[in-house]
Write a protein that binds this ligand. Sequence first.
Ligand code: SF4
Ligand code: SF4
Length: 178
Amino acid sequence: MINQDDSRQDLAHEIKASTGIDFNCCLHCKTCANGCPFIEGMDYAPNAVIRLIQFGMEEEALNSSTIWVCVGCDTCSSCCPMAIDIPGVMDGLRHKAIKQGIKIAEPDILNFHTEVLNTVKKYGRTHKLEIMMRYKLKTMDLLSDIGMGLKMLKKRKLDLTPSKIQDKKAIGKIFKKK
Ligand code: SF4
Ligand code: SF4
């Protein structure tokens, strides 16, 4: 049973205004859901998240694991007959969830995003070794991927020291705008 919120248009308007994406033309053809490589890890299919927004089901949409599991690969939007930027919608929902202090359904994924952004902010580029180490410390999952990490180090897929861009001020400006 779906309980529609009386203010159901508010959420749709807000996400549309913040992302500039018109998802109301969604046909619910499920092409996005059928092609999504991460559908198994999601609680709602991508088109179902759009439906939640249309129904004003804010709590369900913002508490959904789907908005965090989505990696923004664009497989869905490139096949969508209405050219809807679905990862952009997910991004809008993630921003809203953080802003509202919602309990994040997949906190480890947010931790990972945060560590990636931290290295970009510091060096202007990602530093995979630092991302992995900080992420592992934060989640206290220290040993599960150690074999993979050692293999990557051996094959020189992980730089020990970060590579930095010259114009770090430009990066600072981008982060200030956010
Ligand atoms: S592919 Fe596009 S039109 Fe079809 S359900 Fe997904 S978002 Fe809607
Ligand atoms: S962008 Fe997100 S929803 Fe779309 S196919 Fe990729 S993981 Fe799935």
